[in-house]
Design a protein around this ligand. Sequence first.
Ligand code: BDP
Length: 653
Amino acid sequence: MICSFLGKCRAIKMFRVLCLFAAFKAGILLDSGMLFPQESSSREVKELNGLWAFRADRSPTRNQGFQRAWYKSRLAETGPVIDIPVPSSYNDVTQDPNLRDFIGWVWYEREVVVPARWISDGKTRVVLRVESAHYYSIVWVNGVKVTEHEGGHLPFEADIDGLLREDPTTTTCRITIAVNNTLDLHTLPPGSIQYMKDRTMYPEGFFVQNTNFDFFNYAGIHRSVLLYTTPKAYVDDITVVTDFLDSTGLVRYNVSIQGATLVTLKVTLIDKDGHCVVSSNDTSGVLKVVDVKLWWPYLMHENPGYLYSLEVRLNAADGTSTYEDVYSLPVGIRTVKVTKNQFLINNKPFYFHGVNKHEDSDIRGKGFDWPLVVKDFNLMKWLGANSFRTSHYPYAEEILQMCDRHGIVVIDESPGVGIKDIRSFENASLTHHLEVMDELVRRDKNHPSVVMWSVANEPAAEMPPAGFYFQMLIKHTKVLDPTRPVTFITDSNYARDKGAPYVDVICVNSYFSWYHDPGHLEVIQIQLNTQFENWYGKYQKPIIQSEYGADAAPGFHSDPPVMFTEEYQKLVLRDYHSVFDQKRKLYVVGELIWNFADFMTTQGVTRMVGNKKGIFTRQRQPKEAAFILKERYWRLANETGRLPLWTKYPCSH
Ligand code: BDP
């Protein structure tokens, strides 16, 4: 009896391991890694944040910088420069209205002292990395072009030690980065430039950038720029996929190595207390973790966000030198699955009660800022939010690391927002969109907090090419990562949506009593009920209300409530919630408020200094709606989860 039971268990375990292998093989198609730069006994990191010299190319063609080769000498030698902080958007840090709305190339420059040993020992690889610059970037070191990159929200890098060694007498190097924020029909997000040629109406050279998304197109170097080192033989990438059976965790891993063929490797999984749990000497395999501590979301378990650390230690030698490289990857062991009406984490139903965010704040725009990140996490935890969506682009990797550690669940979204023009479904767009998904999955695949990929927000999914476009995009993403569900966020009619058949989870945005039937709160419940019944009736897939909400100018009050007051915002929420409460027992698996905080948009008659649908102001102070949501989210957590001990008194935290 026991034998056959154990045999069955082994067979199931074997089957699990085989599935893990299959999932994994596909996931390692990407040719090189993008491991987060990390200090270790073999690696150094030098952040280049602070003040950079800066000049916007205001020439009519925006091309003077290239014509006059501004990268060839110090920027200050070819014209006036100003101080601009990195990381930060450049738009809101000066008093110059033309720079706020500037479109075209801007030039950044910084001189850096490189430690002499990085160059002299001949064994060190030096990498220049830009965590994100919006939108198109070209990078020179000492006047020599080292890389270029399209896309504003993901990192790119270049090996520069060869170049530095060309002149070993000097340890100072000059880094020049030209960044262009112009969007066209094939960029992500798309946009178009419109020239106004009627001289009776517009001045000479007048043009505007048109976009179909609702946030300010902040530009510049938004995240850290850094130099980091690795030995010449190094750990280039690590991929982990996890599973568990009963109390045994399974960590399927693959390490890819560059710079050497003859290596010895030691891979060790270490628990939070620093104890070695299991180790191996193979570059790939499955580690079995006895008495596994699973990674759980915040408010689903009393010990959320449990992370092991996978230490990879490589030793290699060539004819002349020996190399050692060490990299430690945080690993959370958990599974994600979707049934026709549930979203399962570790085989338990998970209900998203969370927020949509933006990377946005006063002065910095989209610039990365630790105090802001920490404040936002504290607010999310105060609110009882267990999840957020990275609307409408990939966020800084440091934010995902925080999510891993705090157990905040993430829907990780590509910058595919505002795809409304039929030409943005052409091959050039699809090719770029596929590349962006490669870059996104390559960067974020190992984060346990990331439970779903979102390939786009509210594309014109009813247009004829949308079916093929999304089929390709979703298939490709599933090949890159077969372990996570894929979605795109829809706002269109369930009957005409050409992409919905391919997604795993239906994510719907709707704004009843706001964009439709403005002022009529009484339509919300009936229309929302119809929305859910239609989508579920047609597709039988779990549904997330991925956006809902209403603008409220903080401090505006009225009873009876009218639009734009805090009372109206609260009532919209109340009516949505009553339908969520009926449907979450059936097939609705989540609700994400639009938006966590007020945020800046392009100027227009429907936006009064930005979008005011935040439940917090842009300065992160609560509107009345925040308290409604807080009360609800803690109630949901009490019903569905297991709270950490300190949450007995949540108000004090
Ligand atoms: C949704 C969009 C979001 C907007 C929101 C709004 O996805 O980007 O900010 O509408 O209008 O449809 O507030």
